[in-house]
Design a protein around this ligand. Structure first.
Ligand code: B3K
Ligand code: ZN
Length: 885
C-alpha cells in the first residue's frame, strides 16, 4: 500500500535506460511464507543514455545481498528508498548479484508472485516483476532469461517457466528442480513461473514449417473435462496467424495455465500464458455460448501477442495500445474468420460496436478520458482501458479500411521487418503502414493523441435536375480533461446510397466508379462530396461497417430508418437503423415516465416500431444471430448516456415497458420463433447453433417480460430439461426477470447442482446482483453466503461490481444506499487488491450526468473514498479525477 502523494508520470519525460541488461539468471527457492530469489544480471552501459547510475525497481521485497562484479556493495555505494535501488557509480560492464525475499502467501494483490489455492503463479504486467526481484522493470529493457525453480515435489509437482525446459531432477528433502531457458530477448513484464499441483491436456501440433510444437493446457485436477475448447482454439489461432500474416510459433512448446485467482482475463507471458479459469474451462454443462466465444477470443488474443507484443514490444507504457489495440484487432478478425459467413462477420462487428458505445464512448466523455496513447498517468494499471484496447483496435481497423486487406498486410510485414525484437512506439507502427502504402499519415496521428469521441454530422441533398447527390460531412470533437480544443481527424467514412426499392446505387464520385460502397476520406472540419448520375432521391447509408469510432448524427426520418432497416446491404447499418428507431422510443418514453413521476401507467408504443420488430423477427432470410441483435434494445446505460440529469428509474421503466409491450403484442410470433429455433441433438457451440439459441432465448425473455402462465411454464420447462448452460442460464434469467415465485426455487436448484463449479457459482451471484429486484440489503445478504469472498476477483466482480455496474435501478436508489455500499466496498477491496478496487471505483465515472439529488450523494460517496488516509494510487487516481472533472 502506497500512502505517499501519487506522482504523475509523463510521456514527454521518457529517458532511455542508463544500463541495458543482456542476461538474467534467476534462482527461486519457492516457499509460500518466504521465497528466496537469487538474481544474476549482466548489464552494459547504454551508449544512447548518459550516466553511470544503475536504477532498479523493487517493491514489497526485502534485500538480502547485493554484489557488483563479485564485490559486496557497501551502504554508501547505493540508495534504497521509494521502491528504487540506485547504485551510484558503475563501470561499463557489470555483473550484478542480488538476493531478495518475498512472501507469496501474503500477496493478495495478485501482482508479482502469489499463491492461489496452494499453487504459485506470477503476474508481471505492467510492473509486477519488481515485486519479485530488483530489476530495471521497464519494457524497453529486453534480456535473455534462464530460470531455476526449486520447490517441494509433493506439493508442487509441476514447475514451469518461459521458453524451453532444459533440465529437471530431484533434490534433497523431497524437493525437486526445473531449469528453463527462454531463447528470445524479452521485457520483464513477460516473465512468468508456475509451481503447482496441476494436470494437463497436451498434444503435438505440426507447424507450417514442418516443426512439431508441444501444446499444453494446465488445470487443476478434476477439470480435464473442460480443456478441449481452449486447446482447439489454440490450434486454430496458430493456423490463422500462419495463414493470415505468415507468423509462426517461434518456440517448441506453448503452455496455457489456468488459475481461479486472476485480476484480468489472461496474460501473454512468453510461451507460458497464464489465464483466468473463466477463459479456459468450458463444457456444455457449465459454459454458455458466450463463454465459449470468450475462450476462443482470449486464447487467440494471448497467442497473437507472441508477435504483436512479445517479439515487437512497447518502448514505454504510454505505447500500450501498440500491442493491445493491434492484438484486439487481430483477435476480432480471427473471430470473424472463424465464423466465416458474411452475416456472421457482421454480427461480430455489431458486438464490437455495442461494446464501444456501451463502454468506450462513456469513458471518452468522462473524467478518465485519455487518448489511445495517453500523455500521462499515475498508475499504469488504470490504463488497461476500453480506450487503449477497443478504440485502439478501431484505429488499427481504420488502416485496413483505408488500404484494404492487402495494403494492411504490407504494412504489417514492414513493421516486423523493421522492428522484430525491438521495443517501439505507436508512431513506428503508423510509419510502417504509411511507408508500405506510400501514403502520408501525418494527420492520422491525431487518433493517437486526441481523446474524445468525434461527432460526425452529415447533410445530404439530392438535386433532381442535375442528378447529383451532395453529401456534406462535418466533424467536431468535444473537449476532454486537459484537451479543450481538437483538430480535425482523418476519418474514413464508408457510404452507400439506397434507391427506393432498397437496392444499392452505383456510386460515381469525380467520374470514378466507386461501386456500391465508397470510402470517403474526411480530413477537414467540413467537406463536401458529390455523387453524380443519381437519378432518384436516395437514402444515404453513412458509416457502413462502422468505418470509424465516431458518433454519427444526421436528420433521419422514421421512413429513412425503416427503409434502411429493411434493405441496407450493409448489415451493420441495417442493425444500426433499428437501434436508432428503438433509441428514439426509449428516450421519448423515459421522458414521459419521468414527467409522470416514474409511473409506467399510460405509456404507449407506436405500431410502426412494433411492426418493424415483427418484420425482422420473422424474416427467415436473415440469420437468427442477426435477428437477435436487431431485437436487442440499447441497454439502460446507453440510453442514460443520451439524457442530461438522468433518472435511471425512468429509463428502466421505459425499457421494461417496451420489452413487455413487444412480449405481449408479438406473442404469437415470439412463440413460433421459440419453437422454430430449438437446437435438438447434442450441444455444439458453433456460431449457427449459438445464433439459434440466442434468438430463441431472446424470444423467451420477451415473452417473460409480460409473463403469463404459458410463458412461465415455458421458461420452467427449459430450465428443467435443457442439457446445456446457455439454455439453463437463459431460462433462469427469464424466471428471475418475470418476478414469479418459481424464480427462488430455480435459483436454489441451480446452486445445489453447481455449487462445485466456481464459474457457475459466479453466474449465480451475478444474475441475482443484476436483477432489478435485488436491493442493497439483498446484496449484503448474498455477501454473507458461505460461497462469497472479496478475495477472489471473479467472485467479487460477480456480486459487488455486477451490482454497482449492471443494476442501475438499485445502485441509484434515491436514498443513496447503493453509493454508500460502493464506497464501503471500494475501501475494503483496496486493502486487498487495488487493481480490482480501482475497476469498481470507476462505477462512479459518470456521476455528473445524473439528476441533481443523485449527483449530490454520488459526490459525497466519492469524497468519502478520497478522504481515506490509506489508499492505493490506483483508487486515488480514479476518485481524484472523478471529483476534478
Ligand atoms: N496484457 C495483459 C493485461 C495485463 C494487465 C495488467 N494490469 C492481458 C492482455 O491484454 O492480453
Ligand atoms: Zn492484450
Amino acid at each position: 500500500m502506497r500512502t505517499d502523494t501519487p506522482q504523475t508520470i509523463y510521456r514527454k519525460d521518457y529517458n532511455p535506460p542508463t544500463y541495458l541488461v543482456d542476461t538474467v539468471e534467476l534462482g527461486f527457492d519457492l516457499d509460500p511464507a518466504r521465497t528466496v530469489v537469487a538474481n544474476r544480471l549482466t548489464l552494459r552501459r547504454n551508449p544512447a543514455a548518459g550516466g553511470r547510475a544503475i536504477e532498479l525497481h523493487g517493491e514489497e521485497i526485502e534485500l538480502v545481498a547485493l554484489r557488483l562484479n563479485g564485490k559486496t556493495l557497501a551502504g554508501a555505494d547505493y540508495t534504497l528508498a521509494d521502491n528504487r535501488l540506485v547504485i551510484h557509480e558503475a563501470p561499463d560492464d557489470v555483473v550484478l548479484e542480488i538476493e531478495s525475499v518475498c512472501v507469496p502467501e501474503q500477496n493478495t494483490t495478485l501482482s508479482g508472485l502469489y499463491v492461489s489455492n496452494g499453487n504459485f503463479f506470477t503476474q508481471c504486467e505492467a510492473e509486477g516483476f519488481r515485486r519479485i526481484t530488483y530489476f530495471p522493470d521497464r519494457p524497453d529493457v529486453m534480456a535473455k532469461y534462464t530460470v531455476m525453480l526449486r520447490a517441494d515435489k509433493a506439493r508442487y509437482p509441476v514447475l514451469l517457466s518461459n521458453g524451453n525446459l532444459i533440465q529437471e531432477g530431484d533434490l534433497d528433502d523431497g524437493r525437486h528442480y526445473a531449469l528453463w531457458e527462454d531463447p528470445f530477448k524479452k521485457p520483464s513484464y513477460l516473465f512468468a513461473l508456475v509451481a503447482a499441483k496441476l494436470v494437463c491436456q497436451e498434444e503435438t501440433f505440426r507447424l507450417a514449417d514442418g516443426r512439431d510444437a508441444l501444446l499444453q493446457v494446465w488445470v487443476e485436477d478434476g477439470n480435464l473435462d473442460k480443456t478441449d475448447y481452449a486447446m482447439q482454439s489454440l490450434k486454430h489461432s496458430i493456423r490463422w496467424d500462419e495463414e493470415k500474416y505468415g507468423l509462426e510459433l517461434d518456440l517448441d512448446r506453448f503452455m496455457i495455465v489456468a488459475t481461479s485467482d486472476f485480476n484480468m482475463g489472461a496474460m501473454e507471458n512468453k510461451g507460458l500464458n497464464i489465464f483466468n479459469t473463466k477463459f479456459v474451462l468450458a463444457n456444455p454443462r457449465v459454459a454458455t455460448d458466450v463463454d465459449f466465444q470468450g475462450i476462443e477470443a482470449v486464447v487467440a488474443h494471448e497467442y497473437f501477442h507472441n508477435w504483436t507484443g512479445n517479439r515487437v514490444t512497447c518502448r514505454d507504457w504510454f505505447q500500450l495500445s501498440l500491442k493491445e489495440g493491434l492484438t484486439v484487432f487481430r483477435d476480432q478478425e480471427f473471430t470473424a474468420d472463424m465464423i466465416g459467413t458474411d452475416t456472421g462477420r457482421a454480427v461480430t462487428r455489431i458486438d464490437q460496436v455495442r461494446t464501444l458505445r456501451q463502454h468506450q464512448f462513456p469513458e471518452d466523455a468522462g473524467p478518465m478520458a485519455h487518448p489511445v496513447r495517453p500523455d500521462s498517468f499515475v498508475e499504469i494499471n488504470n490504463f488497461y482501458t476500453v480506450t487503449v484496447y477497443e478504440k485502439g483496435a478501431e484505429v488499427v481497423r481504420m488502416y485496413q479500411t483505408l488500404f484494404g486487406v492487402d495494403g494492411f498486410r504490407k504494412g504489417m510485414d514492414l513493421y516486423f521487418e523493421r522492428h522484430d525484437e525491438q521495443a517501439v512506439e505507436c508512431d513506428d507502427f503508423r510509419r510502417a503502414m504509411a511507408d508500405a502504402n506510400g501514403r502520408d499519415l501525418t494527420q492520422f496521428e491525431r487518433w493517437y493523441s486526441q481523446a474524445g469521441t468525434p461527432v460526425l454530422r452529415f447533410e445530404g441533398r439530392w438535386d433532381e435536375t442535375a442528378h447529383t447527390y451532395t453529401l456534406k460531412l462535418i466533424q467536431s470533437c468535444p473537449p476532454t480533461p486537459g484537451q479543450p480544443q481538437k483538430l480535425p481527424f482523418h476519418i474514413p467514412v464508408a457510404v452507400g446510397l439506397l434507391d427506393a426499392a432498397g437496392n444499392d446505387m452505383r456510386l460515381v464520385v469525380d467520374s470514378v466508379d466507386r461501386g456500391a460502397t465508397a470510402v470517403l476520406e474526411l480530413t477537414q472540419a467540413e467537406q463536401t462530396f458529390v455523387f453524380t448520375d443519381v437519378k432518384e432521391q436516395p437514402v444515404a447509408s453513412v458509416l457502413r461497417g462502422f468505418s470509424a469510432p465516431v458518433v454519427l448524427q444526421g436528420s433521419y426520418t422514421d421512413a429513412d430508418l425503416l427503409h434502411l432497416f429493411s434493405h441496407d446491404s450493409d448489415p451493420v447499418n441495417r442493425w444500426e437503423a433499428g437501434q436508432r428507431l428503438a433509441m428514439s422510443r426509449l428516450l421519448k418514453l423515459a421522458g414521459e415516465a419521468a414527467a409522470k413521476g416514474n409511473s409506467g401507467a399510460s405509456l404507449n408504443l407506436d405500431e410502426t416500431f412494433i411492426e418493424a420488430m415483427r418484420k425482422v423477427l420473422v424474416d427467415e432470410t436473415l440469420d437468427p444471430a442477426f435477428r437477435e441483435q436487431a431485437l436487442l434494445l440499447p441497454s439502460e446505460g446507453m440510453v442514460a448516456e443520451q439524457i442530461d440529469g438522468v433518472d435511471p428509474l425512468a429509463v428502466h421503466i421505459a425499457r421494461q415497458f417496451i420489452r413487455a409491450d413487444i412480449g405481449a403484442r408479438l406473442r404469437g410470433e415470439l412463440l413460433a420463433q421459440y419453437e422454430a429455433n430449438l437446437t435438438p441433438g447434442a450441444y455444439s457451440p458453433d456460431a449457427a447453433s449459438a445464433g439459434k439459441r440466442a434468438l430463441k432465448n431472446i424470444a423467451l425473455s420477451y415473452l417473460n417480460a409480460a409473463p403469463d402462465d404459458e410463458s412461465v411454464a415455458l421458461a420452467q420447462r427449459q430450465f428443467d430439461e435443457a442439457d446445456n448452460m446457455t439454455d439453463r442460464a437463459a431460462a433462469l434469467g427469464a424466471l428471475i426477470a418475470s418476478r414469479v415465485p418459481e424464480a427462488a426455487d430455480a435459483l436454489d436448484v441451480f446452486y445445489q447442482e453447481f455449487q462445485g463449479e466456481a464459474l457457475v457459482v459466479d453466474k449465480w451471484f451475478m444474475m441475482q446482483a443484476a436483477a432489478p429486484t435485488t436491493d442493497v440489503a439483498a446484496v449484503r445478504a448474498l455477501m454473507r453466503h458461505p460461497a462469497f469472498t472479496l478475495r477472489n476477483p471473479n467472485r467479487a466482480r460477480s456480486l459487488v461490481a455486477a451490482f454497482c455496474m449492471n443494476n442501475p435501478v438499485q445502485f441509484h436508489a434515491p436514498d443513496g444506499s447503493g453509493y454508500a455500499f460502493w464506497a464501503e466496498q471500494v475501501i475494503a477491496l483496496d486493502a486487498l487488491n487495488p487493481q480490482v478496487a480501482s475497476r469498481l471505483a470507476r462505477a462512479m465515472d459518470r456521476w455528473r450526468r445524473y439528476a441533481p439529488a443523485l449527483q449530490e450523494q454520488m459526490k459525497a460517496a466519492l469524497q468519502r473514498v478520497a478522504g481515506q488516509g490509506k489508499l492505493s494510487n490506483d483508487v486515488r487516481e480514479v476518485v481524484t479525477k472523478a471529483l476534478a472533472n
